[in-house]
Write a protein that binds this ligand. Sequence first.
Ligand SMILES: [Zn+2]
Ligand SMILES: [Zn+2]
Length: 80
Amino acid sequence: MAREVHFENDCLRYEHQYNHRHHDHLICLECGASVEFFNSEIEKLQNLIAQEYGFEIVDHNRELFGYCSECRKRRGKEEL
Ligand SMILES: [Zn+2]
Ligand SMILES: [Zn+2]
Protein backbone atom coordinates (compact mmCIF):
# COMPACT_ATOMS: atom_id res chain seq x y z
CA MET A 1 0.00 0.00 0.00
CA ALA A 2 2.83 2.42 0.82
CA ARG A 3 4.07 4.24 -2.22
CA GLU A 4 7.75 4.96 -2.44
CA VAL A 5 7.60 8.65 -3.10
CA HIS A 6 10.28 11.03 -1.98
CA PHE A 7 9.40 14.67 -1.65
CA GLU A 8 11.94 17.47 -1.53
CA ASN A 9 9.74 19.67 0.55
CA ASP A 10 9.17 19.27 4.31
CA CYS A 11 5.56 20.25 4.06
CA LEU A 12 4.84 17.61 1.48
CA ARG A 13 6.80 14.96 3.36
CA TYR A 14 4.71 15.68 6.45
CA GLU A 15 1.57 15.37 4.39
CA HIS A 16 2.82 12.11 2.92
CA GLN A 17 3.28 10.57 6.38
CA TYR A 18 0.00 11.98 7.56
CA ASN A 19 -1.80 10.58 4.54
CA HIS A 20 -0.87 7.04 5.44
CA ARG A 21 -2.85 7.23 8.65
CA HIS A 22 -6.25 7.70 7.12
CA HIS A 23 -8.52 7.54 4.16
CA ASP A 24 -11.61 9.53 3.54
CA HIS A 25 -14.82 7.64 2.96
CA LEU A 26 -17.78 7.48 0.63
CA ILE A 27 -20.67 5.93 2.53
CA CYS A 28 -23.75 4.49 0.89
CA LEU A 29 -26.97 5.43 2.69
CA GLU A 30 -28.77 2.45 1.22
CA CYS A 31 -26.49 -0.57 1.70
CA GLY A 32 -23.98 0.95 4.12
CA ALA A 33 -21.02 0.28 1.82
CA SER A 34 -17.99 2.29 2.83
CA VAL A 35 -15.51 3.08 0.08
CA GLU A 36 -12.11 4.42 1.06
CA PHE A 37 -10.61 7.06 -1.11
CA PHE A 38 -7.69 9.37 -0.95
CA ASN A 39 -7.32 12.56 -2.92
CA SER A 40 -4.18 14.60 -2.41
CA GLU A 41 -5.82 17.71 -3.89
CA ILE A 42 -8.49 17.67 -1.17
CA GLU A 43 -5.88 17.09 1.51
CA LYS A 44 -3.73 19.95 0.22
CA LEU A 45 -6.72 22.24 -0.05
CA GLN A 46 -7.83 21.65 3.51
CA ASN A 47 -4.31 22.37 4.73
CA LEU A 48 -4.43 25.68 2.86
CA ILE A 49 -7.79 26.49 4.44
CA ALA A 50 -6.39 25.65 7.88
CA GLN A 51 -3.41 27.92 7.21
CA GLU A 52 -5.72 30.78 6.30
CA TYR A 53 -7.37 30.47 9.69
CA GLY A 54 -4.07 29.97 11.53
CA PHE A 55 -5.21 26.47 12.34
CA GLU A 56 -3.14 23.31 12.58
CA ILE A 57 -5.06 20.22 11.57
CA VAL A 58 -4.02 17.12 13.49
CA ASP A 59 -6.82 14.87 12.38
CA HIS A 60 -9.93 14.81 10.28
CA ASN A 61 -12.60 12.41 9.27
CA ARG A 62 -14.30 13.01 5.97
CA GLU A 63 -17.42 11.03 5.22
CA LEU A 64 -19.37 11.73 2.06
CA PHE A 65 -22.87 10.28 2.07
CA GLY A 66 -24.81 9.15 -0.95
CA TYR A 67 -25.57 6.09 -3.01
CA CYS A 68 -23.01 3.63 -4.34
CA SER A 69 -22.93 2.58 -7.99
CA GLU A 70 -24.69 -0.73 -7.24
CA CYS A 71 -27.54 0.95 -5.40
CA ARG A 72 -27.82 3.64 -8.05
CA LYS A 73 -28.08 0.95 -10.72
CA ARG A 74 -30.78 -0.84 -8.72
CA ARG A 75 -32.67 2.38 -8.08
CA GLY A 76 -32.43 3.27 -11.76
CA LYS A 77 -33.97 -0.07 -12.76
CA GLU A 78 -36.76 0.26 -10.20
CA GLU A 79 -37.70 3.61 -11.65
CA LEU A 80 -38.08 2.24 -15.18
ZN1 LIG B 1 -8.36 13.06 4.30
ZN1 LIG C 1 -25.09 0.88 -1.81
